[in-house]
Design a protein around this ligand. Structure first.
Ligand code: HEM
Ligand code: HEM
Length: 214
């Protein structure tokens, strides 16, 4: 049986991995708390679930700010420029091929479109969530502008509610893509944000375009 040789490199630094785990955990808690609160409707745990939701929202705000800061100050593979790869997005769109095997160390270039999209959505959730916190619960940094201003509730509630579906779709696609890359392209993908090591099939190239033999 032919087993492809793999080459590996340490790519994701511990701070980036910590921020990724933090943000992923907050997103899961936000999804679960809002779904549970909607399911239970008027039962006693609902106010506590919304308080938990708001605190996870603040912690996501912190995590997103940390990611932006690390994108400006962190090492090469954490930089914001690694996430901004319009040439790769255009190529993938033109060829209608997003699901290609990873060929370089660093973020999978076509997938960076999904990452940028996710961050844009997450920031919109923070802004609309802070608006709802001021209107529904009379708390948070927007309280002095919007405190209990129920006339404006729709401005924030509708987008917050709609974007939830997109956040959920992103999470499901992201996890499915990691599993499918492993199955179809034979590289251990998911562990990279845990161990920091990325694997590629041999003779694939580094981000500089340099050959990287085993
Ligand atoms: C992954 C991100 C998030 C998801 C999926 C999510 C989901 C939801 C959903 C489905 C609702 C119910 C909307 C409705 O009443 O129709 C809601 C309400 C709310 N969300 Fe979020 N949210 C997220 C992020 C945030 C963030 C970042 C904050 C704050 C910074 C926040 C604060 C709130 C508040 C205050 C409410 C209203 C709770 C109440 O009625 O007392 N959310 N969220
Ligand atoms: C469930 C919520 C999750 C969310 C919201 C999420 C979000 C993200 C985001 C935004 C990125 C871009 C990273 C960056 O800023 O540089 C990313 C990359 C990545 N995530 Fe997740 N993630 C989640 C769960 C997971 C899980 C459970 C794993 C597996 C352990 C994982 C593995 C990875 C890997 C390996 C990458 C880098 C992929 C590449 O090289 O392009 N993620 N994720």
């Amino acid at each position: 049986m032919h087993t492809p040789a793999l080459t590996r490199q340490r790519v994701y630094d511990p701070v980036l991995r910590l921020i990724h785990a933090w943000n992923a955990l907050m997103v899961v808690l936000l999804l679960v708390s809002s779904q549970l609160a909607a399911l239970l409707q008027h039962d006693w745990p609902v106010p506590a679930l919304w308080r938990l939701h708001l605190w996870c929202g603040y912690l996501l705000f912190l995590g997103l700010t940390a990611r932006l800061t690390w994108g400006l100050a962190g090492p090469r593979h954490a930089r914001l420029t690694e996430l901004w790869q319009p040439a790769a997005w255009l190529k993938a769109l033109r060829e209608r091929r997003f699901f290609v095997p990873p060929r370089r160390f660093g973020h999978h270039p076509p997938a960076t479109l999904g990452y940028v999209g996710f961050y844009a959505l997450a920031w919109l959730m923070v802004i609309t969530g802070l608006g709802l916190a001021a209107i529904d619960q009379g708390v948070g940094p927007l309280y002095f502008v919007l405190g209990y201003d129920f006339l404006r509730t729709d401005w924030f509630r509708r987008p917050h509610d709609w974007l939830e579906e997109l956040i959920l779709a992103y999470v499901l696609l992201h996890l499915a893509a990691l599993v499918l890359h492993e199955r179809w392209h034979g590289v251990p993908m998911a562990q990279a944000m845990v161990s920091g090591y990325q694997y590629l099939q041999s003779e694939r190239k580094d981000n500089d375009g340099q050959s990287n033999p085993t």
